[in-house]
Design a protein around this ligand. Structure first.
Ligand code: FE2
Length: 399
């Protein structure tokens, strides 16, 4: 509710990576933006996106200077970016599934049951640990269909690309964590233009606001929390284990060549790549285990050799192989995987050794080299170290 004496009401405020460094953004009721106070000086935020019918809120933005020490909006303290090494939280695939296909039964989660849709609890566990950065590997909104009438678990839920859906599926459950640490938002395929892409560009995309949604954006690089990050938008790739699509593979190969040049310009000796759809993933179907994604694997041959680790989501379990980690486990309904914890091998690619665990949770990166998998009780269930371009399992608490 907007008060008569205030021209705006700040609903959410956060700090995020953009194409030109870190910025503070806010979603407000009203047409005007608040001031951000940076090291004691009040600076007006600019309007990023004006209110519309589907998004009746204003999105405000202000680029942050490097090296700032204190930041607040309306006396709410916000986190400041820290280039020094520190803990980084990794999450992915967080929204509550409401999907009613034209054929077959509905695919639903109980969005009102925190055990069935635990994103808020995961975000609170991470907030308590005060990481230096939160990386979301994509897929924020899963409420795509109206809730079927007889389903109490999603009754009255909003759906589609509008503020109310974004608010309940992402901003409300993430609120404490948005206020606790800077974020890197990676685009997922749910943020494609025909799904919730308009909200993506309005709220979270790292570039300047664009009213016209596009399905592909350029890669970018930044350094934070002691790690060199490469971020790529690969959500337009075909999600298939079909042989590599030559046109699509060439497009991503060119992006990798572009990234290669940027890595060398910065003289980076090592980097981590974040892209929503995994380069390597093992996914069971009724007939057999399928190896994804031949198109991205073909393109990856042109990737910088400095890449030590690839972080992705998209598949809703936790899976590692060699230098790929899949973290699609932070709220959305998990997928079934009967060979949990055991090694999955493909006869045609014997060098690939997948290990998979099906659980909700998040990953915490310690000092840039140890990666701990947490469950909903905030307990570490697996630990990995990264060395020699591979993830090594340190301990499996489940065995
Ligand atoms: Fe996805």
């Amino acid at each position: 509710m907007l008060y008569a004496h205030m021209p705006y009401l700040v609903l959410f405020a956060w700090v995020q990576v953009t194409l030109s460094g870190f910025a503070v953004r806010a979603v407000v009721e009203g047409d005007l933006c608040p001031e951000a106070v940076i090291d004691g000086t009040a600076i007006p935020m600019s309007v990023r996106a004006r209110a519309s019918t589907l998004f009746p809120v204003t999105v405000c933005e202000l680029a942050l200077p490097a090296g700032l020490l204190e930041l607040s909006i309306e006396e709410q303290r916000l986190p400041v970016p820290d280039a020094e090494k520190g803990d980084v939280a990794l999450i992915g695939d967080t929204g509550c599934r409401i999907w009613v296909p034209s054929k077959g039964g509905p695919d639903l989660q109980n969005c009102l049951d925190p055990k069935a849709w635990p994103f808020a609890a995961i975000a609170q566990n991470i907030a308590a640990a005060k990481p230096k950065l939160v990386v979301h590997v994509g897929d924020y909104v899963y409420r795509e269909s109206p809730c079927p009438e007889e389903e109490a678990g999603c009754a009255k839920s909003p759906h589609g690309d509008n503020w109310e859906t974004w608010r309940v599926d992402f901003f409300e459950p993430a609120k404490k964590l948005l206020a606790q640490a800077p974020w890197l938002f990676v685009r997922g395929n749910h943020e494609l233009c025909d799904r919730v892409g308009h909200g993506w560009f309005r709220l979270l995309d790292p570039g300047p606001y664009r009213e016209t949604c596009i399905d592909e954006t350029e890669p970018y690089l930044f350094s934070n929390a002691g790690i060199n990050w490469i971020v790529m938008d690969n959500v337009a790739v075909k999600d298939s284990d079909d042989p590599a699509d030559p046109v699509s593979a060439q497009k991503y190969r060119q992006q990798f060549q572009q990234v290669n040049q940027m890595v060398h310009e910065r003289n980076w000796q090592q980097a981590w790549l974040v892209m929503h759809e995994p380069v390597w993933g093992a996914k069971p179907t009724k007939e057999r285990m399928r190896l994804f994604n031949p198109t991205l694997q073909s393109a990856f041959e042109a990737a910088p050799k400095e890449i030590q680790l690839v972080l992705s989501g998209h598949i809703h379990y936790f899976q590692v192989l060699n230098s790929q980690m899949i973290i699609g486990i932070s709220g959305t309904k998990l997928e079934k995987f009967t060979q949990e914890g055991s090694q999955i091998l493909f006869s045609e690619r014997p060098e690939l050794e997948f290990k998979t665990w099906v659980q909700f949770g998040h990953v915490m990166v310690r000092e840039g080299s140890q990666l701990d998998l947490y469950d909903l009780n905030n307990q570490v269930t697996q630990s990995f170290t990264l060395s020699g371009g591979r993830l090594h399992l340190l301990c499996d608490q489940k065995q």
